[in-house]
Design a protein. Structure first.
Length: 185
């Protein structure tokens, strides 16, 4: 058995690495994000917005050269480098990963970062300055894509894991894994 229960009820890994779970989630998020962007560009770009939930949620294609909420449009190259650095950091952390919650959070973050990084690399105007395709318009609050949602959910899960004291080496243990029976990486 690879997991035991702690007094808090969280599962603590006792040996199995969670890298395959991280990669499966990242690949799934990346594929769904890429597929959705290809589909909306083909079918919806240069068309009127499509209501999904009245005016609260609609499909509206927007090319975003900036970050969230269109901020920092002149800093596209910086965002490209940040996304690449995040992806590299997550891949490096994966070697020590024994926690399923952390694998899910980091998989969402990695898939989302790679989805938006793909746009930055391959979409116009090119040269690592490509505009990200956003299409989920929420009540004039924001226009996002599925990669953005994955990044947000992954970030929230990372905060949750941190507040719970769960570490990469095991859901309830310390970084080194000595507490609560967690295995050392």
């Amino acid at each position: 058995m690879d997991e035991t229960a702690t007094d808090e009820g969280a599962a603590v890994s006792t040996g199995r690495r969670r890298t395959p779970l991280l990669l499966a989630i990242a690949v799934f998020v990346y594929a769904v994000d890429l597929g959705s962007k290809l589909l909306v560009v083909e079918k919806l770009e240069y068309h009127a917005p499509v209501p999904v939930l009245g005016t609260w949620l609609e499909l509206r294609v927007v090319r975003n050269s900036g970050a969230a909420f269109g901020l920092g449009g002149a800093m596209t190259l910086v965002f490209t480098l940040i996304a690449a650095a995040v992806a590299v950091a997550i891949v490096r952390l994966a070697r020590r990963l024994h926690s399923a919650p952390w694998a899910i959070a980091l998989g969402l973050l990695l898939g989302g970062a790679l989805g938006n990084l793909t746009d930055r690399v391959f979409r116009a105007p090119g040269g690592l300055r490509g505009a990200v395709v956003d299409f989920l318009a929420v009540r004039d609050f924001s226009v996002m894509n599925l990669a953005d949602w994955a990044i947000v959910v992954g970030g929230v899960l990372i905060v949750y894991c941190s507040f719970r004291g769960w570490e990469l080496g095991g859901a309830g243990g310390t970084t080194g894994g000595a507490s609560a029976g967690a295995a050392r990486p």
